[in-house]
Design a protein around this ligand. Structure first.
Ligand code: PAP
Length: 336
């Protein structure tokens, strides 16, 4: 099929995809998309047309340094939160966490820790890193790209990867609330696609397993965080994160409450109330305020029918049951 037969409503971003890439993309398996007309199966994961060229450019050009930190996730797993935490932790010698001018008070976390695929390599651009993060020697990046498709230099260098994983029930519900108003799919249709793995950067189980295995095989390179565990004991996991990123909290910092202050600075309530997070668009055309909905564990009970819970439980069992990856799906103070 030639590209002239391509009838999807194209975004401005899609218009920037070169003709050569469009031809290649049209040869890929495709399924109905959530927000866009189609998702394409590229390198084994589902992806929008506008992202494929960005991902390929990132793979071709990105050169990682040993000091880089890559924050990875499948969408709606706590990416915004992880970016805020990692930024505050790694920059605390430059920006006191109690300062009135801390960058997190005036910038959305996605502007401080840019995505490779949504920002740096988006719209057919190749970023120039020479004056990138002038105030930050340690570069922080974000991505939703699955582990096998990261740029080789990330996989082979000593840079660090932190993955945040969320239980698939809440992950789906968060995605549904985020994309629901932008899609013509019904809740049931979207849910079935999620269960079949047809979701941006999915299947979710392959995404999670890719980073999970890496964190088990090379624990010095990959740290695997769970959203639910971070909610339950943020101080413990913040210390784990700082240690992993080679900037552990000193005893003096712990005594003077720095860890607690970072927890508060990056808390859902604090970030949600900031003016910068109530307006503006830091990820493509998405409103920043939509990034802060409820921030809870177990909200899926308000959205999924018993049949849906049974269906997704079976998928999780089938796809992830053989691994040691397990989820807390309810807050710890509720009976499971
Ligand atoms: P993204 O993939 O578009 O970047 P991401 O940040 O991964 O989104 O996920 C958004 C979810 O994290 C939302 O969950 P909810 O829909 O169930 O409410 C959002 O509320 C939640 N979230 C955002 N910031 C925080 C935070 N500081 N603490 C806890 N949860 C948060």
């Amino acid at each position: 099929m030639g590209f002239t037969n391509y009838t999807e409503a194209k975004s401005e971003e899609e218009e920037l995809v070169s003709e050569e890439w469009k031809q290649m993309i049209l040869s890929l398996p495709k399924e109905r998309g959530w927000r866009t007309s189609h998702l394409y199966e590229y390198q084994g994961f589902w992806c929008q047309i506008a992202k494929i060229q960005a991902i390929a450019n990132f793979q071709k050009h990105f050169q990682s340094f040993y000091s880089d930190v890559v924050l990875a996730s499948i969408p709606k797993s706590g990416t915004t939160w992880l970016k805020a935490l990692a930024f505050a932790v790694t920059n605390r010698d430059r920006f006191s966490v109690t300062s009135d001018s801390h960058p997190l008070l005036t910038s959305n976390p996605h502007d401080l820790v840019p995505f490779f695929e949504y920002k740096l390599y988006a719209n057919n651009q190749t970023p120039c890193f020479s004056n990138f993060f002038s105030f930050d020697q340690r570069r922080l990046f974000g991505t939703h790209i699955p582990y096998p498709s990261l740029a080789d230099s990330i996989k082979t260098s000593n840079c660090r990867i932190v993955y945040i994983c969320r239980n698939p029930f809440d992950c789906f519900v968060s995605t549904w609330h985020f994309l629901g108003p932008l899609t013509s799919l019904s809740l049931e249709e979207a849910f079935e696609m999620f269960c079949q793995g047809i979701i941006g950067y999915g299947p979710f189980w392959e995404h999670m397993l890719g980073y999970w295995k890496e964190s088990l095989e090379r624990p010095e390179k990959g740290l695997f965080l769970m959203y639910e565990e971070l909610k339950e004991d943020p101080l413990f996991h913040l210390k784990r994160l700082a240690k992993f990123l080679k900037c552990p909290f000193s005893l003096e910092e712990e005594r003077s409450g720095v860890v607690e202050k970072i927890k508060k600075l990056c808390s859902f309530q604090n970030l949600k109330e900031l003016e910068v997070n109530k307006k503006g668009k830091s990820i493509m055309s998405f409103e920043n305020e939509k990034l802060f909905r409820k921030g809870e564990v177990g909200d899926w009970v308000n959205c999924l029918s018993p049949q849906m819970v049974e269906r997704l439980s079976k998928v999780i069992d089938e796809k992830l049951g053989g691994s040691s990856l397990k989820f807390n799906v309810l807050p710890s103070n509720m009976d499971k």
